[in-house]
Write a protein that binds this ligand. Structure first.
Ligand SMILES: Cc1cc2nc3c(=O)[nH]c(=O)nc-3n(C[C@H](O)[C@H](O)[C@H](O)COP(=O)(O)O)c2cc1C
Length: 183
C-alpha cells in the first residue's frame, strides 16, 4: 500500500514552540507507512486583498501546493485569547482564496498544547468551525488536548511517554480516516 503523506501545519512560529515540538513528536510516533512533512508559515504576509488581486505570494503558493499534494493534514494549534492564533487563521485565509482551494475534502486532524488546563480546547473548536466552512473532513476522535504542557517538554522535545503514545494514536486514526475517505 502507498504511504500516507501528512502535512503538518503549526500555528506558532517561535523557536521553542511546544506545539511545533508536539507536531514533530507526532511524526516520530506515527505508524509505519505514515510520513509527516511540516509546512513553513514564517514567510506568509498578513492577508491583504489588494495583494491577492495581483497573485498569491510565493510562500502561499508553496503552502497551497503542499496541501494539494498531501493525503491528509495535521494542525497543531496554540490557543490565543480562547481562539486560534492570527498566524494560523491568516495562513488558512490565504489558502482558502479562489481558484480551487486545496482544503476541500481533505482529511484533517488537530492537536494542541497549552501550559494551562484547557489544552487548547476552545481554540480547537473554533478551528473545527473554520474547517467545516472550508469543507475539510475533520477527524472527530481522538481529541488531543495537551494540558499542563510546561512539564511535558524539555529543550524543544517531548519527554512524556504517555503524550507520545497519544500522538501516535492520533496519527494512526488519521491514517485510517484518510483510507476510509479515499475508498
Ligand atoms: C497572545 C496570547 C494569548 C494567549 N491566550 C491563551 C489562552 O487563551 N489560553 C491558553 O491556554 N493559553 C494562552 N496563551 C499561552 C499559550 O498557550 C502559550 O504561550 C503557549 O506556549 C503557546 O504555544 P507555543 O509554545 O506553541 O508557541 C496565550 C499566549 C499568547 C502569546
Amino acid at each position: 500500500m502507498a504511504d500516507t503523506k501528512v502535512l503538518g501545519i503549526c500555528g506558532s512560529l517561535r523557536k521553542a514552540s511546544i506545539n511545533m515540538a508536539a507536531l514533530q513528536a507526532a511524526g516520530e510516533n506515527a505508524p509505519d507507512g505514515v510520513s509527516l512533512e511540516i509546512a513553513d508559515l514564517s514567510g506568509i504576509p498578513i492577508y491583504n486583498d489588494d495583494v491577492y488581486q495581483d497573485g498569491f505570494p510565493a510562500a502561499v503558493e508553496t503552502l497551497r501546493a503542499q496541501i494539494r499534494e498531501a493525503d491528509a493534514l495535521l494542525f497543531a494549534t496554540p490557543e490565543y485569547n480562547y481562539s486560534i492564533p492570527g498566524t494560523l487563521k491568516n495562513a488558512i485565509d490565504w489558502v482558502s482564496r479562489p481558484p480551487d482551494h486545496p482544503f476541500t475534502g481533505k482529511p484533517v486532524a488537530i492537536l494542541g498544547c497549552s501550559p494551562g488546563t484547557s489544552g487548547t480546547m476552545r481554540a480547537q473548536y473554533h478551528l473545527r468551525q473554520v474547517m467545516i466552512f472550508l469543507d475539510m473532513r475533520p477527524l472527530n476522535k481522538p481529541e488531543v488536548f495537551i494540558a499542563g504542557a510546561g512539564n511535558l517538554f524539555e529543550d524543544g522535545k517531548l519527554t512524556d511517554a504517555a503524550t507520545a503514545e497519544r500522538l501516535g494514536d492520533l496519527m494512526a486514526a488519521l491514517d485510517a480516516w484518510s483510507a476510509q475517505l479515499s475508498k
